[in-house]
Write a new protein. Structure first.
Length: 402
């Protein structure tokens, strides 16, 4: 039977790789809807001409009108609501939108009782309490696309789901990014091109900068807690932040691990490619027939592991701090980070300022609680305003601690 797929963020790194995975198994998957912001119109139109979806959604209204002119045979939907509507269009929606803008796609897919193949970690991190409620919609399921969480999802398959989880720890691996091994002082003068030169992964600019600061790993710690932290028997394995460990593994071959109470550790390994976790989420609970990232064991020389340097990369400790605080703290951290990364990519702040801005914004957080989507949007708005105010004041010199 064919699985229908909608792709939100089809023009990005995750979106284009999703199309390549689907093209490898054309009898199995059918793309019925595509969507993006509208900044890369020619690419979006070319994708639609190639895969012939029923629906194309464009978040920017003016760009949507142009797409409608260029694709008269397709139903074009405009605005953020148009993009979110992709969630109900297919059996699976891949959310490959970058940043907080992906929250509506995440919620719409889950609330429609569909499978969400989630790359857009920011929506789960910022919208945690609201997304968790949406996950309980009958039929809804969330299969992570992030390679680490896809790995943990696979490692957890070895447990007996009818009994206690017996999980001791989740171990997230981190490549260490382009600045692994550099000291705090040494990092004071790194530039945009240095930070964009990731050693093992080719990704969009925002996540690449997040990887250089280890904020990406910090966000993934919160993501792991949201995905797997619920009590055993309630879609989780009942783990707290103390049971989520980060280890630096520069080869990016071990994508993450689960250790059990009897001392066993189960790991998932492949060469670094996002096509494997994308395909895993598309095919779940089955597997693809196409091997992406298969390892040639005669070529694999070594696997190294080391502790992360929290002094040089304070964003990791900040994420644990926000995760443990819970509620809307992750939303504040995520918004501050998005603002700071955008400013860094614009050349307005230094790389080291990203962590300092996030720390200062977390300090300004209020204690509002999130019961609705609007609460999350308001927290995001306030945190962004705080980040812009911190940057305007140039008070970005405080160094966060674990
Ligand atoms: N890339 C990876 O290997 C990787 C790995 C793990 C997780 N992820 C996660 O996957 C997500 C996507 O990352 P990426 O690297 O694929 O990003 P990317 O290459 O920058 O692509 C982002 C996509 O989102 C769309 N988009 C951007 N802003 C939008 C908005 N305001 N409204 C609607 N659509 C918008 C873009 O459309 P336009 O082209 O029209 O602007 C594009 O299709 C992120 O959450 C990231 O953390 C990525």
């Amino acid at each position: 039977m064919t699985t229908t797929v909608s792709l939100a963020g089809s023009t990005g790194s995750i979106g284009t790789q999703s199309l390549e995975v689907i093209a490898a198994e054309p009898d199995r998957f059918e793309v019925v809807a595509l969507g993006a912001s509208g900044r890369n119109l020619d690419q979006l139109v070319a994708q639609a001409e190639a895969v012939r979806p029923r629906v194309v959604a464009v978040a920017d209204e003016a760009a949507a009108a142009e797409v409608a002119d260029r694709l008269p045979q397709v139903e074009v939907r405009a605005g953020t609501a148009g993009l979110a509507s992709l969630g109900a269009e297919a059996d699976v929606c891949v959310n490959g939108v970058v940043g907080f803008a992906g929250l509506e796609v995440t919620l719409a897919t889950l609330l429609a009782g569909k499978r969400l193949a989630l790359a857009n970690k920011e929506s789960l991190i910022a919208g945690g309490p609201v997304v968790q409620r949406a996950r309980r919609t009958p039929g809804a399921e969330l299969v992570p696309v992030d390679s680490e969480h896809g790995a943990i999802h696979q490692c957890l398959r070895s447990r007996d789901e009818s009994g206690p989880a017996r999980v001791h720890r989740l171990v997230l691996t981190a490549s260490g990014g382009p600045f692994r091994g550099r000291s705090k002082d040494d990092l004071a003068s790194v530039g945009i091109d240095d930070a964009l030169a990731h050693p093992t992964w080719s990704m969009g600019p925002k996540i690449t900068i997040d990887s250089s600061t280890l904020m990406n790993k910090g966000l993934e710690v919160i993501e792991a807690h949201e995905l797997f932290g619920a009590p055993a028997g309630d879609a989780g394995v009942g783990i707290g932040y103390d049971q989520i460990e980060v280890v630096v593994h520069p080869q990016s071959i071990v994508h993450s691990m689960v250790s059990y109470t009897d001392g066993s550790t189960i790991a998932q390994l492949s060469n670094p490619t996002m096509k494997l976790p994308i395909g895993y989420a598309l095919a779940w609970p089955d597997r693809l027939g196409t091997a992406f990232g298969a390892i040639d064991w005669t070529e694999l020389a070594r696997l190294d592991f080391e502790a992360p340097d929290l002094d040089a990369f304070p964003c990791l400790a900040l994420a644990y701090q926000a995760g443990r605080a819970g509620g809307l703290a992750p939303a504040w951290l995520n918004a501050a980070n998005e603002e700071a990364v955008a400013a860094f990519l614009d050349g307005a702040i230094r790389w080291v300022d990203i962590a300092a801005i996030c720390a200062a914004v977390l300090d300004r957080r209020d204690d509002a609680v999130a019961t609705t989507f609007d609460d999350v949007v308001e927290a995001d708005r306030r945190a962004r305003a705080a980040a812009r105010s911190v940057m305007a004041d140039q008070h970005v010199t405080r160094t966060p601690t674990a």
